[in-house]
Structures are given as structure tokens and as C-alpha cells.
Design a protein around this ligand. Structure first.
Ligand code: FMN
Length: 169
């Protein structure tokens, strides 16, 4: 798929069918995540794939939305500020940027496989820490993945204009 077309195809899918994500598709997505760039190549992140019925049920407690429950698969993206590159001038850790890049690789790879995804950052952080702790890491994002339901809402993309976004100097 042409890259710009892929970018336009990806949208926040908030309703899925019950069909499972195939292992082949999952491996493709994982490899795309693995290839993501990160500051000084530190890769200060980990991804937990939440697939079993039991673990999916537990994760659903962290983001109480009906549509969220329809996803057959979730991936929790964790980041570690300690493991990340820190810019010497202002001590800024780059883990948030790094995990975001890898997460969008995930979403675009899933789109390329004909799957839907949605970023979720508005989860209950305390609950997630309690139910899905990962030593040294903090959950940054949950991504839902699945086959998009035929009646999934698909609003028109609204974006700022080129003029608002870019300036040439
Ligand atoms: C960092 C980030 C956090 C987001 N968190 C949520 C969320 O908690 N719940 C949700 O339904 N959508 C969430 N979204 C999806 C955005 O609402 C969505 O990407 C945006 O409205 C643009 O729509 P599109 O993805 O369909 O192009 C998030 C997206 C990003 C990039």
C-alpha cells in the first residue's frame, strides 16, 4: 500500500468483530514495532500482548467503555524513563517519544494487514499499575486491535490545514 494511503486508511476503530487476530498478522505487527527508531537506539519500552479471555477481562476494568470490550486483542505499551536516552541540556527523558513511535508503527502495520486499531491513553493508571505491573516500566498506552466491525463508526478525518501545521522559513 502506498504510504500516504496507509496513513489515511488508519483511523481509530472503536468496534470490532469477534474474529481473532491471526498469529501471522500479529508477527507482522510485532516486527514493525521492533523496527521502530528510538533515541540512541535505547528501545526503552516493552509491549505486553493481552490475548486470553481472563486477561482481557481484567484489562477491560482499566478502561470502562463498551466498544473497548469488543476488541479481541490488546497490546499495552510500557516505557521506562530510566532506560531511555536523556538529553544532557535539559535532562529530558525521551521514552514517551520512543514508545509513541513504536506504537504508531504498530497501528500502521495493523492497518497494512487490514486490521483496525485505537490508541487508548485515557485508562485508569492506578488500576492498570495494580493489575498489570511491570517492574521498572510504566504503562503509556493500550492499543486495541481487531477486525473492524461493518458498523464501526468511521468519522471523516478532521485535521488542521497545511498552513496551520507548517511554516517554511
Ligand atoms: C496519544 C493518543 C491517545 C489517545 N487516547 C485515546 C483514548 O483514550 N480513547 C480513545 O477513544 N481514543 C484515543 N485516541 C484516539 C484519538 O482520539 C484519535 O487518534 C484522534 O481523534 C484522530 O482520529 P483518527 O485516529 O481516527 O484519525 C488517542 C490517540 C492518541 C494519539
Amino acid at each position: 500500500m502506498d504510504f500516504l494511503h496507509l496513513c489515511k486508511e488508519r483511523f481509530s476503530a472503536r468496534k470490532y468483530t469477534a474474529e481473532q487476530v491471526s498469529q501471522q498478522d500479529l508477527e507482522y505487527i510485532k516486527e514493525a514495532v521492533r523496527m521502530a527508531p528510538s533515541a540512541v537506539n535505547k528501545q526503552p519500552y516493552k509491549f505486553v500482548i493481552v490475548q486470553s479471555e481472563e486477561e482481557r477481562g481484567r484489562l477491560q476494568q482499566c478502561y470502562d467503555r463498551d466498544w473497548f470490550k469488543s476488541a479481541p486483542l490488546y497490546i499495552i505499551g510500557y516505557k521506562s524513563d530510566e532506560a531511555s536516552w536523556v538529553r544532557q541540556y535539559d535532562r529530558k527523558p525521551h521514552a514517551d517519544i520512543d514508545v509513541a513511535i513504536a506504537t504508531e508503527h504498530l497501528c500502521l502495520a495493523a492497518t497494512a494487514q487490514g486490521l483496525g486499531t485505537c490508541w487508548v491513553c485515557n485508562f485508569d493508571t492506578g488500576k492498570l499499575r495494580e493489575l498489570f505491573p511491570l517492574a521498572g516500566y510504566e504503562a503509556a498506552v493500550i492499543v486495541t486491535i481487531g477486525h473492524i466491525a461493518s458498523d464501526c463508526p468511521h468519522p471523516e478525518k478532521k485535521r488542521k490545514s497545511m498552513e496551520d501545521l507548517f511554516e517554511t522559513i
